[in-house]
Write a protein that binds this ligand. Structure first.
Ligand code: KG4
Ligand code: ZN
Length: 347
């Protein structure tokens, strides 16, 4: 067994994730308490409610992760926590609990960027402790981060070295899934619901693909308006709304935009592989279409299992593994930063 043993906490949104990760790669335990059922009642996240639930679940989640790992506090090397980006009330819960645990157990504290966590989910494995680790993702690595709050194409030259190639100029991909899901009367969250509705359905129409100034930027708000207009048209005519067919047409448009630009960036920058992360990376159609496009270029696609794409503590532990090695430590003044950005390098 090698590498630091890190207790990692993720509370940036509506999932309370706590994990123990060895060396940034081996998941020793991984507990996720989700608020999905609660937010389904309101059709979306109410930040105040999310923060209160984080408070409700953080201590039981830490206890469960430590129990599942079967390790003592004295065996840990650090406590890592998502310090941003995210909802301030939710972030504060994790950051303050992590600070308290670090002080009480005399452990170094590490602040981790949530986006970096989504990227490093690609380093996680669940191979048995005694088995050798599979190869690490190779550099240069193109990362497509697609979550409820972010849509970014990031070129990684090495560990911790990020260059932003493009991002959404309006809604994030997951946000578009959630908003369109609501428009179509599907349950929250819209991503999995649209994906299920679209499965096996043929597209009811072809939505236009957005044009953006930057070659690797994305725009999804026009698409959302196009779905709204289409739904309104059916209502005016008193016709039944073909929910599955519209879900398929919407998903096709989002997947096409993401896959086309990702494949183009991968080719231009001659990357060794493409990696996906974030909740939308759990989308089966996106995984399939992007894999096909990259196969044609001979570039491998890495995608974490769906449970590691959506928010979880293990991905924070993965990023912390590499930051620990480079001596990165947060002081007791670590703050929750709702709009925290990755540090962009030029190359
Ligand atoms: O990464 P994540 O768990 O939280 C954020 O950091 O935002 O991503 C949540 C987002 C939601 O918008 C959800 O609808 C979307 O990921 N999502 C999906 C799927 N599963 C989750 N979108 C499309 N297809 C899915 N299967
Ligand atoms: Zn996330």
């Amino acid at each position: 067994m090698s590498g630091p043993l890190v207790l990692a906490i993720e509370t940036s949104c509506d999932e309370t994730g706590v994990a123990v990760v060895r060396g940034g790669r081996r998941i020793v335990s991984n507990q996720v308490a989700t608020q999905i059922a609660l937010h389904a009642a309101t059709g979306g996240i109410v930040p105040e409610v999310a923060a209160r639930q984080q408070l409700r679940w953080i201590v039981p989640s830490v206890e469960a992760a430590m129990a599942e790992a079967g390790v003592g506090w004295d065996e840990l090397d650090a406590v890592a926590v998502t310090s941003g980006p995210g909802l301030i009330g939710s972030l504060l819960v994790g950051v303050n609990v992590a600070k308290a645990l670090a002080v009480v157990h005399d452990l170094p504290l590490m602040g981790i960027n949530h986006i970096e966590g989504h990227i490093y989910a690609n380093w996680l494995t669940d191979v048995p402790m005694e088995d050798p680790l599979p190869d690490e993702p190779p550099f240069p690595l193109l990362c497509l981060v697609v979550s409820g709050g972010h849509t970014q194409l990031v070129l990684m030259a090495d560990h911790g070295r990020y260059r932003l190639l493009g991002q959404t100029v309006d809604d994030a991909a997951g946000e578009a899934f959630d908003k369109v899901g609501r428009l179509l009367g599907l349950p929250y969250p819209g991503g999995p619901a649209i994906s299920a509705a679209a499965e096996g359905a043929s597209a009811a129409t072809r939505f236009p693909r957005a044009r953006t100034a930057g070659p690797y930027d994305f725009s999804f708000s026009g698409l959302k308006t196009a779905v709204l207009r289409e739904v309104a048209g059916y209502r005016e005519r008193g016709a039944a709304i073909p929910v599955d067919g519209l879900a398929a047409a919407f998903e096709e448009a989002v997947v096409d935009a993401l896959a086309t630009k990702t494949a183009a960036a991968a080719e231009e920058h001659a990357v060794a592989a493409v990696a996906m992360g974030g909740g939308v990376a759990a989308n089966r159609s996106l995984r399939r279409v992007l894999r096909d496009r990259l196969d044609a270029l001979g570039i491998p696609l890495l995608v974490p299992p769906p449970a590691w794409c959506t928010d979880n503590g293990a991905m924070i532990g993965a990023a912390a593994g590499f930051r620990y090695a480079s001596g990165d430590r947060a002081g007791p003044a670590l703050e929750a930063v709702p709009n925290l950005s990755l540090a962009w390098a030029d190359a």
